[in-house]
Design a protein. Structure first.
Length: 105
């Protein structure tokens, strides 16, 4: 997929200036669901600033789920966000690693 996006960043810290940028983006996604007892969702999106110089951002996600007996499941997920021009004093990368054990009807 591809298109344009408007990114509006508002911070609660008054010393950090709010940012709004227009961006072009490209993305791809793979969603394999009900592939036996296994499900997989992965996607990647890349954003290039149109009006703020050389800033680019990337969002990546990978989720895998395995169905257990009696409608229980276990799921593992990983998300990575990258910003080439982060707010001063912060890391350019953020990530989330999660594990889930659940039940669904």
């Amino acid at each position: 997929m591809g298109g344009t996006a408007w990114n509006n960043e508002t911070y609660t810290d008054p010393t950090i200036e709010d940012r709004s940028t227009a961006e072009a983006f490209l993305g791809a996604e793979l969603n394999m669901f009900d592939f036996g007892d296994l499900s997989l969702l992965t996607n990647i999106y890349g954003y290039k600033s149109i009006d703020s110089g050389n800033r680019y951002r990337t969002d990546f996600k990978f989720d895998i789920k395995y169905d257990l007996v009696y409608d229980f499941y276990i799921k593992l997920g990983y998300t990575l966000n990258y910003d080439s021009d982060p707010v001063e004093g912060t890391s350019p990368s953020d990530y989330v690693l999660q594990t889930t054990f659940g039940w669904e009807l």
